[in-house]
Design a protein around this ligand. Structure first.
Ligand SMILES: [Zn+2]
Length: 242
């Protein structure tokens, strides 16, 4: 059976039969891969714990007829397990894993940027101790941008008129000028719009110096923007306390 090796992050798992699991991974070279891990639910399994959500693994797959099979998994890190004792970190990690799964459309299509964004975000929360909520918001905006839904926080999202503008509309793609403004637009504060731009471009000093009120308002708009593009929101975002 032909096989291949890759580095992956476990996005989710589900049960298959008595002892097996289907593991969904975002890999560095092969994009999203769904593969069967045999016997992982037995306590004697060689690699069961490495293939939990948030696990970072070097993995060997054997090509299967429908799903590939995990034949080896070596741990590089366990971001899900690291975050277990910290509710904010755990929910942010869960939301990032879920978003990565939803934003990558095709199995097996390379998605290197998504992989690097996810790995960077998990490290920022679990290794560097950054604010889970801020890292999550930055990750969501950048993942949406990589997926082709880059929000516009400066120019008008419809006509390109230079900003800053005052109206925000998720379905229109971001900020709107007075001419393009749609009914039902939100009117975030100027500081909130600045925070959104900084989250997208990774200007951490601006984000870290922001008032909690503006950060909360920005989180609400990020969630609205994400829900619009995903049709339904993330389950793990709904339980997040902000
Ligand atoms: Zn406009």
């Amino acid at each position: 059976m032909p096989s291949y090796r890759d580095e992956g992050l476990v996005l989710r798992t589900h049960k298959l039969g008595e002892a097996d699991r289907i593991i969904t991974l975002l890999t560095r070279e092969h994009g999203r891969v769904r593969a069967v891990a045999k016997g992982v639910r037995r306590t004697t399994s060689r690699f069961g714990a490495r293939l939990e959500p948030g696990g970072h693994v070097d993995v060997m797959f054997a090509k299967g007829r429908t799903l590939d099979i995990v034949t080896q998994a070596e741990s590089r890190g366990a971001y899900g397990a690291h975050a277990v004792g910290d509710y904010a970190a755990f929910t942010a990690v869960s939301a990032m894993l879920e978003a990565a799964d939803r934003l990558v459309v095709e199995d097996g299509e390379p998605a290197l940027q998504q992989f690097l964004l996810l790995l960077g975000g998990l490290r920022a929360i679990c290794d560097q101790g950054r604010s889970p909520s801020q890292v999550l918001d930055a990750f969501l905006l950048r993942s949406l941008a990589v997926a082709g839904y880059a929000p516009s926080f400066e120019e008008c999202a419809r006509c390109g008129a230079p900003g800053p503008h005052q109206a925000f509309h998720a379905s229109a793609g971001g900020m709107l000028c007075p001419d393009c403004r749609l009914p039902g637009s939100a009117r975030p504060s100027a500081e909130t719009v600045q925070v959104l731009g900084a989250l997208l471009s990774g200007e951490w000093p601006v984000v870290e110096a922001a008032d909690p009120r503006h950060l909360r308002q920005a989180s609400g708009l990020v969630a609205a923007y994400l829900s619009w593009h995903l049709e339904r929101g993330l389950t793990s975002l709904a339980v997040m306390e902000r």
